[in-house]
Design a protein around this ligand. Structure first.
Ligand SMILES: Cc1cc2nc3c(=O)[nH]c(=O)nc-3n(C[C@H](O)[C@H](O)[C@H](O)COP(=O)(O)OP(=O)(O)OC[C@H]3O[C@@H](n4cnc5c(N)ncnc54)[C@H](O)[C@@H]3O)c2cc1C
Length: 291
């Protein structure tokens, strides 16, 4: 058996792992443990020609019921490591936000408290330019290291040379984010812990907990709050049923597990239409819907 086949999962069930507990299968998903796995896989021109979906922690992704027929990539192994160097932290794209935040606390590194409450991975954060509490991942990055599948080559780019926007980070086609090099600022541990606890407290108060959800459905339009636009455009029926808006936060929905991904997509479109009809504003999805 080749290395490539050992790492292949057929019909990877995204619904089992996604935060929405819904979504179709990825027909061919490759587990990638190191850079050798990567270059071996993308030496194959048939694989290179297929469309690519990198799977992070699936906290912002919904795959349509028909499934994804291209190549799925799941980073593991080397990409789950964090290394502290003299002037930066090298963090693998598969490291989870909550883990990184706790690691920073343990090493008295401040600035990563906001990640304590985001359920993604570093790769997903860099792709999305994730953020909260007036901070974004781009503010913490020095460079990103990514793999270009067309060229079968690894690149490192300074963050100052890249254009990151609100909830839109490094989204170059046919690339896989492998690592981020992050800034290091030391602070008192008790100060860091206080901020983490405060962020957790705010989150628990303002957003639904322990439900299947994807965080914010839509990006906030410039100078507007998506939740206010939604709340003032819809009727009570949107707060009931197997997919329903959260009464705590109208830009969040909650859904029953294993519900059809296409029905979630339809629910989102209905909200979008209501807001467009009332305000002539087209809300842009933050959730990534894959078909
Ligand atoms: C309860 C809850 C609260 C949330 N709160 C916030 C919040 O406060 N702020 C915020 O910004 N977001 C929030 N989110 C959304 C989500 O957590 C972030 O967008 C997060 O950055 C997504 O990371 P992920 O690893 O889960 O990405 P995934 O959902 O797995 O992927 C998201 C996108 O990134 C791409 N991607 C992932 N990894 C890589 C990689 N290594 N290389 C290339 N592309 C990659 C995927 O292909 C996909 O297009 C929340 C979600 C939930 C469920």
């Amino acid at each position: 058996m080749t290395q490539e086949n050992k790492n292949l999962v057929i019909n990877y069930p995204s619904a089992k792992y996604s935060w929405l507990k819904s979504g179709g299968n990825i027909s061919n998903l490759y587990k990638i443990y190191n850079q050798i796995d990567l270059s071996n896989l993308f030496n194959n021109n048939d694989i290179k020609a297929k469309s690519l979906l990198v799977v992070g922690n699936l906290s912002n992704t919904l795959i349509k019921d028909e499934g994804f027929k291209g190549i799925g990539i799941k980073l593991l192994g080397d990409f789950t490591n964090i290394k502290i160097n003299s002037d930066h932290m090298l963090v693998g794209a598969a490291v989870l936000d909550n883990y990184l935040s706790k690691f920073c606390y343990q090493n008295a590194i401040s600035g990563y408290e906001f990640l304590y409450t985001i359920p993604g991975s570093v790769g997903g954060n860099i792709f999305m330019n994730a953020g909260c509490y007036n901070q974004e991942i781009k503010d913490k990055l020095i460079t990103i290291i990514y793999f270009d599948i067309n060229e079968n080559k690894i690149y490192e780019k300074k963050i100052s040379e890249l254009k990151f926007e609100y909830r839109k980070g490094f989204q170059k086609k046919n690339t896989i984010i492998l690592y981020g090099k992050f800034k290091i600022n030391h602070s008192d541990q008790s100060y860091i812990k206080d901020i983490m606890q405060e962020y957790e407290r705010i989150r628990n108060q303002s957003q639904p907990q322990k439900v299947n959800c994807c965080g914010s459905i839509f990006k906030n339009p410039k100078n507007q709050s998506a939740w206010k636009l939604i709340k003032s455009s819809i009727d009570n029926s949107f707060y009931n049923g197997p997919i329903k808006l959260s009464k705590i936060h109208s830009n969040f929905f909650e859904n029953e597990p294993n519900i059809s991904a296409n029905s979630i997509d339809l629910f989102i479109s209905k909200i979008q239409k209501r807001v467009k009809d009332k305000y002539k504003i087209v809300l842009e999805k933050e959730l990534r819907i894959i078909d």
